[in-house]
Design a binder for this molecule. Structure first.
Ligand SMILES: O=C(O)Cc1cc(O)ccc1O
Ligand SMILES: [Fe+2]
Length: 471
C-alpha cells in the first residue's frame, strides 16, 4: 500500500472516513484482513496478531462499553522497557494540587502564544494551563495549549492519562493513528482517546491550538430533550478513520507515553501504525464545527450556552458535566427588546474559553484568536464595556443581527481548575483584563419614580429624585 507523504498534504485531503458517532465500525486495508465470526482466532488472516484496546472497564454497562480489536503485524507490546524521557517535560500536569498548581478567583486572559522559533513538535509544544482532579484517580481534566512548528519524527505519542479533544486554531494537523489517518484543520476538532498511539505532522509549519483532556470518562453527544431528534451536532458528521498501515523497519523508533503527566520512552524497530484491520467502537474521530446546527431563542432573552454543546464528558452526577465542549458559531440573533450578548453572570461551573477566528460576541477587544480566558467558579464576568455600550446604542428595535466570521468555544467544567505556575507567570497574561469592565457606568436613574429601596431614601425620609439619586 502506498504511504501518503508525511510532510505535505498529498493524499491526506482525499482520505476516506467512516461516518457516525459511537458506531461499531469496521475497516480493513487488505481484503479479508478482519476475522469473521470471532475476535481472537488461533490464526488471524494474513498472519496478523489480534489485540484489544479497552476504553472502559470490561464490565462497564453495555451502553457505555467501549473497546476495539486491532489486527496488526506485530503487537504493541513488542518494545524495549520504558524509561523516563530525557529531557523530561516540565509543563505537563495530570494531578492538580498545591504542589503543581494554584487557585485564583481573578478573571484571567491570555494573549495568543507565539509559535516558538526553535524546532518544536506537538509533544514538546504542549503545555498545561489548568485543570482539576487526577489522572491517577480517573476523575478530572486538564486544559492544555500547544504551539509547535515541526512534525513528529521517528516517534509516536500515547496518552495513558485520558482522552484528548484537540481544537487546532492555526495550522492543519495530519494525524496518523493506529486506526488510520485524519486531517484536522482549524475549524474542526478531533478526539484521540486514551491509549491510542498517534503521530502528528504539521504540513503548514507554525501551529497552535487548544486541548481538553478528560480523565476516567469519554465524550458523548448531549441529550437533545425538547429540541427533539435532530439538531446541534449530528452523529453522521463525526468521522472516524479507515484502516491504514505501514510495514517498515524503523530502527530506533520511539513510543513516547504520557503516564501520570510524565513522559516515558520505549524503543522498537517498527512503526506502531501497523494495524491492517480493526473493528470496534473505541476510535479516534473528528468533527467539522461548521456542520453544527445551532438552536437559539426566537423571541426574547438570551439562551444559556449549554444550547451550543457539541460534546459532553459526563460526571457521575446527572446533568452535570465533567467537561462540556461548547461553541459560539455564526448564527442569527433575533431576540426582541433583549440584551442579546452573553449576560453578566457568576457561574458555579468554571469556564475556559478560546477563539478560533474572528471576534467573540462578548469582547470587542483583547480576546484574540489563539488567546484564552478563564473565569472560574463564581468569578463574575460578561460583555466588556464596548460591547455593552454598542448593544444599548442599537436600541430596543434592533434588527436581526447575524454573527458571522467567528467561532469561539468554551470548555466548561463542574470541577474548579487550579492554574499552572507558568500560565500565571506567562508574559502573555493580560494584566489589564479587568479594565474591560471598569468603564461600565451606572445608568441608574430614578426618573421621577419613587425609590422604594431604603438606601435610596434620605434619613429624613425625603425621596431622592433625578440626578440626586446618583444617575
Ligand atoms: O462567559 C461567556 O462568555 C460564555 C457564555 C456565553 C453565553 O452566551 C452565556 C453564558 C456564558 O457563560
Ligand atoms: Fe460565562
Amino acid at each position: 500500500m502506498e504511504k501518503p507523504s508525511r510532510d505535505d498534504s498529498g493524499g491526506w485531503a482525499e482520505l476516506e472516513y467512516q461516518s457516525g458517532f459511537g458506531n461499531h465500525f469496521s475497516s480493513e486495508a487488505l481484503p479479508g484482513a478482519l476475522p469473521t465470526g470471532q475476535n481472537n482466532p488461533l490464526l488471524c488472516p494474513y498472519g496478523l496478531y489480534a489485540e484489544q484496546i479497552s476504553g472502559t472497564a470490561f464490565t462497564a454497562p453495555r451502553k457505555q462499553n467501549q473497546r476495539s480489536w486491532l489486527y496488526r503485524i506485530k503487537p504493541s507490546v513488542t518494545h524495549e522497557p520504558f524509561h523516563p524521557r530525557i529531557p523530561g517535560h516540565k509543563h505537563l500536569v495530570s494531578e492538580f494540587n498545591q504542589l503543581t498548581s494554584s487557585v485564583t478567583p481573578t478573571q484571567l486572559r491570555w494573549k495568543p502564544a507565539d509559535v516558538p522559533d526553535a524546532p518544536t513538535d506537538f509533544i514538546d509544544g504542549l503545555y498545561t494551563i489548568c485543570g482539576a482532579g487526577s489522572s491517577f484517580l480517573r476523575h478530572g481534566y486538564a486544559i492544555h495549549m500547544y504551539a509547535a512548528n515541526k512534525s513528529m519524527d521517528g516517534c509516536a505519542f500515547c496518552n495513558a492519562d485520558g482522552d484528548f479533544l484537540i481544537v487546532p486554531q492555526k495550522g492543519r494537523l495530519l494525524i496518523t493513528t493506529e486506526c488510520g489517518k485524519l486531517q484536522v484543520s482549524p475549524g474542526e476538532m478531533v478526539v484521540l482517546p486514551q491509549g491510542f498511539r498517534f503521530a502528528i505532522d504539521l504540513p503548514d509549519g507554525p501551529s497552535r491550538g487548544y486541548v481538553a483532556e478528560v480523565f476516567g470518562t469519554h465524550f458523548q453527544l448531549p441529550e437533545l430533550g425538547p429540541i427533539g431528534a435532530n439538531g446541534l451536532a449530528s452523529p453522521r458528521d463525526f468521522l472516524a478513520p479507515t484502516a491504514w498501515f505501514e510495514e517498515s523497519f524503523l530502527p530506533g523508533y520511539t513510543i513516547v507515553q504520557k503516564f501520570g503527566g510524565e513522559l516515558f520512552t520505549a524503543k522498537q524497530d517498527f512503526s506502531p501504525f501497523n494495524v491492517v484491520a480493526w473493528h470496534g467502537n473505541y476510535v479516534p474521530y473528528k468533527y467539522d464545527l461548521s456542520k453544527f446546527c445551532p438552536y437559539n431563542t426566537v423571541l426574547v432573552d438570551h439562551g444559556d450556552p449549554s444550547i451550543n454543546t457539541v460534546l459532553t464528558a459526563p460526571s457521575d452526577k446527572v446533568g452535570v458535566a465533567l467537561l462540556d465542549f461548547v461553541i459560539f458559531p455564526p448564527r442569527w440573533l433575533v431576540a426582541e427588546h433583549t440584551f442579546r450578548p452573553p449576560y453578566y453572570h457568576r457561574n458555579c461551573m468554571s469556564e475556559f474559553m478560546g477563539l478560533i477566528y474572528g471576534i467573540y460576541e462578548a469582547k470587542a477587544d483583547g480576546f484574540l484568536p489563539g488567546g484564552a480566558s478563564l473565569h472560574s467558579c463564581m468569578t463574575p464576568h460578561g460583555p466588556d464595556t464596548k460591547t455593552y455600550e454598542a448593544t444599548i446604542a442599537r436600541g430596543e428595535d434592533a434588527e436581526p443581527l447575524r454573527i458571522s466570521g467567528t467561532v469561539a468555544f468554551m470548555f466548561e467544567s463542574s470541577l474548579i481548575p487550579r492554574v499552572c505556575p507558568w500560565a500565571l507567570e506567562s508574559p502573555n497574561v493580560d494584566a489589564d483584563y479587568y479594565r474591560c469592565w471598569i468603564g461600565l457606568r451606572s445608568h441608574f436613574s430614578c426618573n421621577g419614580r419613587q425609590a422604594v429601596n431604603s438606601s435610596l431614601t434620605a434619613n429624613s425620609g425625603e425621596v431622592l429624585l433625578g440626578d440626586k439619586c446618583g444617575a
